[in-house]
Design a binder for this molecule. Structure first.
Ligand code: BMA
Length: 333
């Protein structure tokens, strides 16, 4: 590790990392990464892991643990497989799930990337038990990924955070729907910066938004392109509770990135990519589950209170929030 820690360290890696890897699976798999996470009603932590097989195609597989750290019980076969016969958008696999418990529906919603000839798009499935699933199909056409629903309606409509790719860059958007099938009210909520920034050109939601008293805490990834390849690191923003398209605070520096050997080396080195979190019983301890180098799964912990106070101290001025170069008229209220 060649880094200095004279900055505040907010995320603490678990000493047992990686907590899950391909050798833990009882059937042949190549890599396991980018897991969604939730705590079930009985307190069990469930991870829905992206599993890449030896064809290069991904499916999703559930792993359950009572403490969220070890003792994982992993489904003996894929939990959610691509079904390209019925859902052609899943031809080349399903990837990067994010779970939200939908308070109104009493069901878990899984937003995931469905990959096919058209490119990656956003698909949605509902479940009550992570054993049977109701698919709603593709809800955002390619290229679009990094999606998660909010657990509550905003102004009476479901809200989806997602990351379409446009000529101006890859920015985070919010769209709304009355029924989870028809989507509109598209608004850009977090732009990729430009130039040398760590989050220039491409940003995306990492785990689903975290509800706090002060707003929705967003952990997002920024992708820096370098001559040696891409660096996937994480940053923080705070969005207004009743109007998440309004960004209240955005940190200037990244807060977590590839430093450990299993994050720097693997199928795709220098990637830390969480798709899920759980909250401890104290409502403050945040457990982040992340894919490391597209090869294995790590756990890092943080304190929500500390993340918010870091944002208070490290948020940039207006230039970080709404640069005129990328905010199209009307995209930000
Ligand atoms: C992104 C996603 C992630 C992946 C990352 C690094 O575009 O496809 O699934 O972890 O690239 O390869």
């Amino acid at each position: 590790m060649n880094t200095n820690h004279r900055h505040q360290v907010l995320f603490h890696r678990h000493a047992g990392n990686p907590i899950l890897q391909a050798s833990d699976w009882s059937y042949p798999v190549h890599t396991v990464f980018n897991p969604a996470a939730t705590r079930l009603k009985d307190g069990t932590t469930l991870l829905l892991c992206r599993v890449e097989d030896r064809r290069g195609l991904s499916h999703l597989c559930a792993a359950r643990s009572t403490n969220g750290i070890d003792g994982w019980v992993i489904d003996a076969e894929p939990t959610l497989r691509p079904e390209p016969e019925k859902y052609p958008e899943e031809l080349w696999g399903i990837e990067d799930p994010r779970i939200t418990f939908m308070e109104d529906l009493g069901k878990y919603a899984i937003a995931y990337t469905a990959f096919s000839r058209g490119g990656p798009g956003v698909a949605l499935a509902l479940t009550e038990d992570f054993r049977t699933f109701e698919r709603l199909g593709l809800i955002m056409q390619p290229d679009d990924k990094d999606a998660a629903l909010l657990p509550v309606k905003i102004d009476g409509a479901f809200a989806l955070i997602h990351r379409p790719i446009a000529d101006s860059g890859a920015h985070v958007w919010m769209s709304q729907s009355p029924d989870l099938r028809n989507w509109g009210s598209h608004r850009m909520i977090l732009h990729a910066r430009k130039g040398g920034w760590w989050d220039a050109n491409k940003v995306g939601l990492s785990p689903p938004l975290i509800k706090t008293e002060r707003g929705w805490l967003m952990i997002y990834h920024g992708v820096k392109h370098t001559a040696a390849g891409c660096l996937y690191r994480l940053g923080l923003a705070l969005l207004a509770l009743d109007a998440p398209e309004r960004c209240l605070l955005r940190g200037d520096s990244w807060v977590f990135g590839p430093e450990a050997p299993y994050e720097q080396t693997g199928d795709v080195g220098n990637v830390t990519f969480p798709c899920g979190y759980t909250l401890g019983d104290d409502g403050d301890r945040l457990n982040i589950y992340y894919g490391a180098a597209d090869t294995c799964i790590g756990l890092a912990t943080a304190s929500v209170r500390e993340l918010l106070s870091w944002l208070d101290d490290n948020s940039g001025g207006p230039v970080s929030m709404h640069p005129p170069s990328v905010a199209p008229a009307g995209a930000l209220r």
